[in-house]
Design a protein around this ligand. Structure first.
Ligand code: AMP
Ligand code: GLY
Length: 421
């Protein structure tokens, strides 16, 4: 019996998930909503918005989908998995109660504090007067974060007291991040390399995936604005097997256990954003889903059948699975629209995709594209994730950048230093 699967989302992460599911002998039909120009080449796409929970449940019922995989954070936080399950549809991803681990930073900070999980010291405020008073006695730099989901943009690293005050006022008094910023978390500024570890968990067993590193800033040498992620590589060079074992005992398993104790059992993919500080690894953030663009370098290295692992999560049989990874290095370089992460234009034709994809070791995941009359057009800030695997970092990097040389669209920009740090 093959499973017919609907994937919710339309970015590079969802393209990578569909690309991987397509390789599974357990998978029959693949659908996506809303999808994008690249996904449409592998799965039938339906124009249902990721936040239209009623519309997505109706689509899943109409298609008689055997499983719905929810990619992005907002529908998870809004309870899409709960709504699908209530309608009798199986869904992969945490329910609303568990997705709060990503949706509220004050929740996750409080959880870490109470269960002794290492993270930056912090204070939480809803009143700007109290926050501004408290700030006067703090060491700079300091980090001001909107409590809720803010497309990865609600984190401000403030070098001076004035910057921190402006950040607090912007969130609490001026509504800069809407409801997400009506509560702020102010955090000690940590230093060190950042590593992402994704893990499957069924609430009992946790299986970490291979490590990766993201590049959040828009420009080379980590200059420019924070973005959703300009490129990734896997594995990380700083994340040693000893560190992995320590993190499993002190961070990963305690998190799963803490969520069980809070009666918010977590089933799905847990994303640990770690900073490797001089005092050891600490949690910068949790996400309740696959990372984007981390997924684009993790799934190409995964030996297992993704459908088999997802079913094991749903059926709480993850203890039966052993994850295996290709020894290759994978690199994903994001090609973005000129101006991203600020204002940018859409609708430019993209050329050279087929030529790039015919090159050895290259897969191009679409992030912000659409297909129109057989032509791929840009349709978002992050347009493509050009991904390459190779025997080592040098080979993977050379392949990814050779692929990029073949691809063109107006005002394209990308970082030249992915994988160097
Ligand atoms: P987040 O959205 O929580 O992942 O934060 C975005 C980025 O801000 C992270 O990837 C880090 O580079 C940076 N960041 C967040 N919290 C801290 C912190 N406490 N100290 C230093 N940098 C941080
Ligand atoms: N790459 C960061 C994220 O998925 O949130």
């Amino acid at each position: 019996m093959k499973m017919n699967v609907l994937v919710v989302g339309g970015g590079g992460r969802e393209h990578a998930i569909i690309w991987k599911l397509k390789q599974s002998p357990l998978v029959g039909k693949l659908w996506c909503a809303p999808g994008n120009g690249g996904i449409a080449q592998m799965a039938e796409c339906f124009p249902v918005d990721t936040m239209d929970i009623g519309g997505m449940v109706a689509l899943a019922l109409k298609l008689a989908a055997d499983l719905v995989v929810v990619g992005p954070d907002d529908p998870l936080a809004a309870g899409m998995v709960d709504a699908l399950e209530a309608a009798g549809v199986r869904a992969f991803g945490p329910n609303r109660a568990a997705a709060i681990l990503e949706a509220s930073k004050s929740f996750s900070k409080d959880l870490m504090l109470r269960y002794g999980i290492p993270t930056a010291a912090c204070a939480v405020f809803e009143d700007s007067g109290v926050a501004l008073d408290w700030l006067k006695n703090q060491k700079m730099p300091i980090v001001v974060k909107a409590d809720g989901l803010a497309l990865g943009k609600g984190v401000l690293i403030c070098a001076t007291l004035e910057e921190a005050e402006a950040a607090v006022r912007g969130m609490l008094d001026e509504g800069r991040f809407g409801r997400a910023g009506l509560r702020v978390v102010i955090e000690e500024c940590l230093t060190g390399p950042e590593v992402t570890v994704l893990a499957f968990t069924d609430g009992r067993t946790l299986l970490p995936m291979a490590s990766s590193q993201d590049h959040k800033r828009a420009l080379d040498q980590d200059a420019g604005l924070n973005t959703g992620g300009m490129g990734t590589f896997s594995p990380s060079r700083v994340y040693t097997p000893e560190m992995a074992a320590w993190c499993t005992d002190h961070i990963y398993l305690p998190t799963v256990e803490a969520m069980n104790r809070e009666r918010r059992p977590f089933k799905g993919v847990l994303y640990f954003g770690l900073m490797i500080t001089p005092e050891g690894p600490k949690v910068i953030e949790y996400n309740a889903r696959f990372g984007d663009p981390e997924t684009q370098v993790i799934l190409p290295r995964m030996e297992n059948d993704l459908m088999e692992v997802m079913l094991a999560v749903l059926e709480e049989r993850l203890g039966e699975i052993i994850l295996a990874w290709k020894p290759d290095t994978a690199v994903c370089v994001v090609m973005a629209s000129g101006g991203y992460p600020e204002a940018y234009r859409k609708g430019h034709p993209v050329s050279g995709l087929e030529e790039a994809e015919s090159m050895e070791g290259i897969t191009v995941f679409h992030a912000g594209t659409k297909a129109e009359n057989g032509q791929i057009l840009t349709n978002g800030g992050r347009v493509l994730g050009v991904t390459a695997t190779g025997a080592d970092m040098d080979e993977a990097r050379a392949r990814a950048y050779a692929g990029i040389e073949r691809i063109a669209f107006q005002d394209a920009h990308w970082r030249r230093d992915i994988g160097i740090k």
